[in-house]
Design a protein around this ligand. Sequence first.
Ligand code: FES
Length: 653
Amino acid sequence: QKDPLVLFMPSGRRGRFAKGTPVLDAARQLGVYIESVCGGRGICGRCQIEAQEGHFAKHGISSAADHLSGVTEAENRYAEKRVLVEGRRLSCQALVEGDLVVDVPQDVQINRQIVRKRAETRVIERDPATQLCYIEVEEPDMEKPLGDADRLLHALEKEWGFQKPRIAARLLPQIQKLLRDGEWKVTCAVYTDGRVEGGGPIVTAIFPGFHNVGCGLAVDIGSTTIAAHLTSLLSGRTMASAGAPNPQIRFGEDLMSRVSYVMMNPEGRTQMTKAVRDAIGVLIAELVQGAGITPDDVLEAVFVGNPIMHHLFLGIDPTELGGAPFALAVSDAVSLDAREIGLPINDGAHVYVLPCIAGHVGADAAAVTLAEGPHRADEMTLVVDVGTNAEIVLGNKDRLVAASSPTGPAFEGAEISGGQRAAPGAIERVRIDRETLEPKIKIIGGDEWSNEEGFEKVAQDVGVTGICGSGIIEVVGEMYLAGIIDEDGVIDGSLAAKSERIQPTGRTFSYLLWRGDEAAKSQEIKILQTDIRAIQLAKAALYAGVRLLMDKLGLEQVEAIKLAGAFGSYIDPTYAMVIGLIPDCPIDKVKGVGNAAGTGARMALLNRSYRREIEEVVRKIEKIETAMEPRFQEHFVAAMAFPNKVEAFPNLA
Ligand code: FES
C-alpha cells in the first residue's frame, strides 16, 4: 500500500510520506514554508495548520481531520495558555495518518497586541533570511571540554539541521552570560544568505530563553519623504508604518541641487548622510516604541531609494551621478551589518540594499519592478514610478529596458500656481461642462462632487486648499476636452466673452477653477497658462522616455501599464491618456499600483529568494540614458501637444 499523499495549500506542493511523519517535516521536505521558532517542541505555536475536510477528486485525495494523529499534550498545553483556533493543529505535533489536504493559514499571529495597523494587504510568501531558532544547549562538562559557543552551534546543527553554522565573533564575549541567564535555553537569530560562497548560516543575535519576537524594517528613502514599515519576520504582517520628511531638503530641494551641495561643500556628503541616517533612526525608534518591541527585536532591514538617495545613505559621494556617464559607485545589491551604519536596531541585524538599475534608475525602481513583475509577464508591460523623476521599465519576460525621465515636480503639485501635495482639501477630481464651462470638483476628504454653490454641504470643515497632482491632470484633460485649450495647450481667450471663468491674466488667459470663499475656508484656484506649460513639459518628458524605450523594443503599442507611487494610484487612466502622459493602451489594462516600491522592499525583507530574483533581473535589464539619446528631444517636442503630435490613441475613441 502506498504512503499517504499530502497536499499543501495554497502552494499546491504535494508528496507521499510514511505514516507517523510530522506534518512540519513533510512541509520542510517539500519546501513549503511553515514558521517555527521552538524547533517542534510545541511551545511557539507558529506552526499552525488546518486539515481540510472533503474529497478532492482532482487530486485523488479524501482528506479529513482524523487523517492526522490525535491532539497531543503539548497542543492542549499551548491551547490553554494561548488561543488555538478551533480546527487548527500544531504541525510539529500532528502526524500524518492518511491522505491530507493541509491548509497553511497566512494569519498565524501570536502577538496580537503588537499589531497596530496593516499597511499592505498583499500576502507575501515567506522565507526570510533571518530565522529565530530556540535550542537547548548541553551544559558544560569537565569530560568534554567543548566551548559554550561550540556546544551552541552543535545544538543548532542537531536540532535545526543547519550545515556548519557559525557565530558572529561580536557575540563571543556575551555568550557565557546569555547561556547561563537562559539556563542553557536560548533563541538564536540565524541569518542564511543562501547566495554567496561562505554565506552559510551565521548566528547574529542570541536571546536568553524562548523568544518569539523577530521583526524587520522595509524603508523607502525618497528625496522628499522617507517611509518605513515594521514587519514581523514571523507572521509577515506589517505591524506599523511611519513616514517623515527627508531632512536633506534643507541642503537642496531636488536631487541635482543636493549633488551640487556635495560638490560645493567639503562636508556636504557627511552632513547629508548623517541627516538621512538620523531621520531614519528617529523613525525606527517611533515604530519600535509604537509596536511595543525593543530595538534588539529588529533583526533585518531592507532599503530602497533612487541612486542619489542610495549613495548618500551608504555614505558614498554622489558627485559622479551628477553628469554623464552617470557612474554608480555600486550597482549590485549591498549587504552590511546595521552597526556599520549606526542604525538603532539589533547590532547584528543584517541590512540589505536593493540593486540600482542605472545611474538614474535606482533601487526604488528595482523594488517596483520586483513588486509588479514585468519580468514575469507575457504582456508588454510598462511600469512607471512617477515622482520628480519618472523611472520607467518596459518589457516582458523575454526582455526589459529601463530609463528615467526628468519630469520635474509638476505632477506632485509643485511649480503649479494652486498646486499642493495630496492631502485633505486638495482638489483631486474635476469635470468641466462642455457648454457652460462651469466646473464640478471633488476634494480629498469629501465624498461628493460639488460646485461652489453646494460646496458647504459637502466639506464643511475642510475647505479647498489647492489642487494635487491627479487634479491637475484632470483639469488639464477637461480643459482640452471642453475646448478651453487647444492642441498646443494655449488657453482660448475668445471664450472670455462666453464665460467669466476665462480671464485675462497678464498677456495670456487663465481659467478660474474655484472662487475663493472665506466662509467656506476656500482658496481661489486659477489654472494659469504657465501651469499648462509646466504640465506639458512634464508629460512630454515622461512620454518621450517611454517612447524611447518603445523604439528600443520596436513596439508600437504597450499591452499593460502600471502606475506606481502615490500619484500613480490616484490618477484616472483616461485622463492620463487624454493629455498624452502615457501611450495608448486598453484602458482596463492601466492600473494604479500604489506604493509598489514599499511592497518590493517588503518582499525582499520577507523572502530571500526575491533578493536573488531582482538581482538577476537587474543585471539583465538594458539601460538607456535618455539624456544621451538624440531622439529624446525629437519625441519630447512631439509630445508637447495634447494628446501629442504623432501618435494615434485608438483606445481613447
Ligand atoms: Fe513551535 Fe510547532 S514548531 S509549536
